[in-house]
Design a binder for this molecule. Structure first.
Ligand code: SF4
Ligand code: SF4
Length: 105
């Protein structure tokens, strides 16, 4: 579970470690810096996931699932990003990064 401003939960990120080959594509493509590799496993950091699904799409091993539709919408809207229809991958990257930079000042 992930909390943003003490109010909402972000989506869940499920990683099939048996399929994962540790290529780190998911780590590099996540606009929020949610994922990292620790002791040869992809794990989640305590930061907000906006449900953009870049990690899932970038994974050639099909090892990632992003679940929790209502949480995805809620998380995205909390940072002012309205997902496009069906949340196409990468479409969310630029606005998410811009919003993040703005938030960091
Ligand atoms: S869905 Fe997007 S924000 Fe969430 S972990 Fe994957 S790439 Fe990062
Ligand atoms: S993109 Fe897929 S295979 Fe590569 S590190 Fe992430 S989960 Fe593992």
């Amino acid at each position: 579970m992930l909390i943003l401003n003490g109010q909402i939960e972000g989506p869940e990120i499920l990683v099939d470690h048996a399929r994962c080959d540790l290529c780190a594509n998911c780590v590099r493509t996540c606009p929020m810096g949610v994922l990292k590799i620790v002791e040869r496993r992809v794990v989640r950091r305590e930061v907000v996931c906006i449900g953009c699904r870049n990690c899932k799409v970038s994974c050639g091993q099909r090892a990632i699932e992003v679940v929790g539709q209502h949480r995805i919408l809620s998380a995205a809207r909390q940072i002012g990003y309205v997902p496009l229809k069906d949340y196409p991958p990468y479409e969310g990257l630029a606005p998410a990064k811009a919003k993040l930079a703005e938030a960091k000042g």
